[in-house]
Design a protein around this ligand. Structure first.
Ligand code: ATP
Ligand code: MG
Length: 235
């Protein structure tokens, strides 16, 4: 059984203590969402898990292996793919070059055909420099870049729907469900709480660096507190 667990994780920047003892888990094949207000520490949490920021204490385990404070270059080999909030794409590389440079396994052509099936839009832009793509196209490229290295066990995505049109938001969420159907677990941070709660199995609400609520996505969608605070519903 593949499982991802974060236990009592703490991190921050200099004197700022941001992630304050976060514990969460993602079971095999689950989509788990983390929602919460701006500045709650969601991106800091994911960056700490991915080794981009050193943890101050706590642990991260993937498939029984301790990956706490992992070298960010080794996350993929450990089975963890990460799409950060601001897709840090190289603006001067073309779409094709971006995907090729990030590909670390054999048979690039087959892998490329697979991701282009997922994002046909990118197929038409292969020779375009990433810096000239639209916001939505860039986001698709950031996701494609993570997916091209399949197989991995857990995909962490930070605000995948940001900067996308309504159609593209729908497409991205369809694809997140498709990713799960292909046996990959997903940890998703989203401002679009409604959408995230609709597609996830379970969700955590993060506030001021701590998990304040954990429940099934469907239960949170029906919760008065969550509806009022995060879904803009007056109750
Ligand atoms: N590189 C950094 N250096 C110093 N402080 C930072 C840095 N990145 C984020 N912070 C601070 O840490 C806090 C949490 O930020 P973080 O980006 O984790 O929040 P978030 O929950 O992802 O918010 P959002 O929903 O707006 O993306 C904020 O107060 C932010 O100003
Ligand atoms: Mg963020």
């Amino acid at each position: 059984m593949k499982q991802f667990t974060v236990t009592a994780l703490e991190s921050g920047y200099g004197g700022q203590h941001i992630v304050k003892g976060v514990t969460l888990r993602v079971e095999q094949g689950e989509i788990v969402a983390v929602i919460g207000p701006n500045g709650a520490g969601k991106s800091t949490l994911l960056n700490t898990i991915a080794g981009l920021l050193p943890p101050r204490s706590g642990s991260v385990r993937l498939n029984g292996r301790d990956i706490t404070g992992i070298d960010p270059e080794k996350t993929l080999a450990a089975g963890l793919a990460y799409v950060p909030q601001v897709g840090n794409i190289f603006p001067t590389l073309t779409v094709y070059e971006t995907l090729q440079v990030c590909y670390v396994r054999r048979d690039f052509r087959t892998a490329l055909a697979e991701v282009l099936q997922l994002f046909p839009r990118l197929g038409a832009r292969m020779r375009t420099c990433a810096g000239l793509l639209s916001g939505g196209e860039r986001q698709m490229l950031a996701i494609a870049r993570a997916l091209i290295n399949k197989p991995f066990d857990l995909l962490m995505m930070d605000e995948p729907s940001a900067a996308l049109s309504v159609d593209n938001v729908r497409a991205i969420f369809d694809r997140i469900s498709w990713i799960r159907e292909n046996g990959i677990s997903v940890l998703l941070v989203e401002q679009n709480a409604n959408k995230a709660l609709e597609i996830c199995d379970r969700a955590y609400v993060m506030e001021s660096g701590q998990i304040s609520i954990e429940d099934a996505g469907s239960s949170l969608l029906g919760s008065d507190v969550v509806r009022q605070r995060y879904l803009g519903v007056r109750v």
